[in-house]
Design a protein around this ligand. Structure first.
Ligand code: HEM
Length: 458
């Protein structure tokens, strides 16, 4: 490779204590100030761990797509979440094992495979709305409501598991792990192996999530589906045989994959829908267009999979929500060899941080980035931007395997709710801030007032 054109601009002291303190105070503020001061690529140390933030679509395309073989997932962030996710797809850095697992799982999450699950998604949403009908609560904790719904949808759709009574324990355990590990990422000391109170709580949370997953795997192993009953993802994975090496997956690997799918699917979709309802409540003109589209296309029916392409405005609302509040807002790669990105030398072993919260606000590609404007996702506007200016699901071979499941769920849940309910801001509502944990979470949750749409602008 030719000699490096430029050294990467640096931020903060080499020991990184100043950076860790600033990151702990305000992670997104610290990184965004770094971009303003140093430009699209800068290097900083986090308590001695060398990090490089990369925030230009061309550079991100290089790492995730064009030279993806030059990078793996043995980077700081994935090492931090690995005690929870273990050998499952999300944080797996063993390329051969990951490839084998992905080959077995991905065919069950294609649009075609998911089309058959749409009815379950809308039926679960209708059940939630029936409960809203029967309740006279003036304000609902929407994040909690959608969280339970999302967990029921993923577990019923993919694992035929009824998780009504156990969902709360899983949600609490996930919430604790997300907060503890999010904090640890910002200030990685003392090591997770030191049994502080917080780290013991993390272990309990992992044990609770494991118990949740083991519950329905054990039940399924004892009671396989009857002949003629459609096989779900869990059954498929239990019997899956890799097309290349002819081997199946052992029970431990199955457990890790099921847990990764529950975690990957549940909080990301919950946060997206919570933010979407919040943004609609704050933008009545956008809400009105959503209602008009849903009323025209769906009418009194329950939305179906085939309706999705007929709801383009609703999809634009989802895309814009995922831009502003990308739930999987940061991920990392480790450079396997020296590389050059945009004229900067990337050293072998560098931890590359990609932060879509910041990328989705890059002033060169997003005008007035804090403004909620679904029109950014009209076909003409999409065509004007580089593809890698928008990566809510990642890109390249590690792109989210659940992307089609997520988009199907997001559109169908939003359409089903919008057909029956309008969600209003409470009178005393303050604006809700994003909280940068391992995922991006609405701080304190989204609380809205449910109002049935009968007699409104139908
Ligand atoms: C709005 C919803 C979702 C968002 C924003 C999202 C985002 C992402 C992102 C950005 C990645 C790639 C991370 C990287 O490159 O390091 C990813 C990977 C993954 N996601 Fe999602 N996700 C969503 C929903 C789902 C759903 C519904 C499922 C399961 C049904 C799922 C399962 C996974 C898995 C297993 C991976 C790892 C894939 C691999 O490395 O092969 N996600 N997701």
């Amino acid at each position: 490779m030719s000699s490096p054109a430029r050294p990467i601009p640096r931020l903060g002291r080499p020991d990184g204590l100043d950076n860790a303190l600033a990151l702990r105070r305000d992670q997104l503020g610290f990184l965004s100030e770094g971009l303003a001061r140093r430009g699209d690529v800068f290097e900083f140390s986090l308590l001695g761990l060398p990090m490089v933030l990369v925030n230009h679509p061309d550079h991100i395309r290089h790492i995730l797509l064009d030279n993806s073989d030059g990078y793996d997932k043995n980077a700081v962030l994935f090492k931090i979440v690995r005690p929870v996710l273990r050998k499952g797809l999300i944080a797996n850095a063993d390329h051969e094992l990951w490839q084998r697992q992905r080959r077995m799982i991905a065919p069950h999450l294609t649009p075609r495979a998911i089309s058959g699950l749409a009815r379950n998604m809308t039926a679960e949403t209708e059940r939630m709305l029936d409960r809203w009908d029967a309740s006279d609560a003036p304000v609902l904790d929407i994040t909690d409501q959608i969280g339970q719904l999302a967990l029921r949808i993923v577990n019923r759709s993919l694992f035929s598991a009824d998780v009504d009574t156990t969902a709360l324990a899983f949600e609490r355990a996930f919430g604790a792990a997300n907060a503890i590990l999010g904090e640890y990422f910002r200030f990685p000391f003392p090591p997770l192996s030191v049994p502080t109170r917080k780290h013991r709580r993390l272990r309990r949370a992992i044990a609770d999530m494991d118990a949740f997953v083991s519950g329905f795997i054990t039940e399924r192993a004892a009671r396989p589906p009857a002949t003629g009953e459609a096989a779900d993802l869990l059954t498929m994975l239990m019997h899956a045989v890799d097309e290349i090496d002819g081997r199946g997956m052992d029970i431990e690997q199955l457990h890790h994959e099921v847990l990764n799918i529950c975690i990957g699917a549940y909080e990301t979709t919950t946060n997206t829908l919570s933010w979407a309802f919040y943004l609609l409540a704050r933008h009545p003109e956008v809400e009105r267009r959503v209602h008009e589209e849903v009323d025209r296309v769906i009418g009194d029916r329950i939305p179906e999979f085939a309706d999705i392409p007929r709801l383009p405005y609703l999809r634009m609302v989802i895309d814009e929500t995922l831009r502003i509040y990308s739930p999987a807002y940061q991920f990392m790669r480790r450079a396997l060899a020296d590389d050059e990105i945009g004229g900067y030398r990337i050293r072998k072993g560098s931890n590359i941080l990609i932060n879509s919260y910041l990328l989705h606000r890059h002033p060169e590609f997003w005008e007035d980035p804090e403004r909620f404007d679904p029109e950014r996702f009209s076909a003409e506007n999409i065509a004007r931007r580089p593809k890698h200016a928008y990566i809510p699901f990642g890109s390249g071979h590690r792109v989210c395997v659940g992307k089609h499941f997520a988009l199907t769920e997001l559109v169908l849940v939003l359409a089903t709710v919008a057909a029956r309910y309008r969600l209003r801001l409470p009178n005393d509502a303050a604006s809700i801030q994003p909280e940068a944990l391992i995922t991006l979470h609405p701080a304190g949750g989204v609380h809205l007032c449910p109002q049935r749409r009968e007699g409104l602008v139908r």
